[in-house]
Design a protein around this ligand. Structure first.
Ligand code: CU
Length: 136
């Protein structure tokens, strides 16, 4: 009895799947987007409240390395993007000039020092991750 039910159910499911497929790609693409869209959405997602003004630059962390866009203006607000699956920080080596934590796949902002200079920084969690912030 149970077997028959299972058989009937699977036939019904198969038929349903066929119908669903035949109905067009609209449904299937929509559902697959919501299931797997997480990775893709990251770039599309308006994660920033306002679009970045032209010239705004960001520090990108990827493969446990910092990539800096160049020098910064004193007091400039900088976005840090973490493309890794590990949490990272941008922490000034000396003092508490700046110290920002960036969740995996997320962005964070901090303000660079208001005075020109060269500021070494590192990641709190991975001391071998180091970089230098140049403020001019
Ligand atoms: Cu790190």
């Amino acid at each position: 009895m149970k077997r028959v039910l299972t058989l009937v159910l699977s036939i019904l499911l198969a038929a349903f799947a066929l119908v669903a497929c035949g109905n067009g790609s609209d449904d299937s693409s929509a559902s697959s987007e919501s299931e797997h869209g997480g990775d893709h959405m990251m770039t599309d997602m308006p994660s920033m409240p306002m679009s970045m003004p032209a010239g705004a630059r960001e520090i990108v962390i990827s493969d446990f390395k910092y990539t800096l866009p160049g020098t910064f203006a004193p007091g400039e607000q900088v976005t840090v993007r973490n493309d890794d699956t590990a949490e990272h920080t941008v922490t000034a080596d000396t003092g508490d000039l700046f110290d920002v934590e960036v969740e995996p796949g997320a962005t964070a902002t901090f303000t660079v020092p208001g005075q020109p200079g060269t500021f070494a920084f590192h990641c709190t969690y991975h001391p071998n991750m180091v970089g230098t912030l140049e403020v001019r």
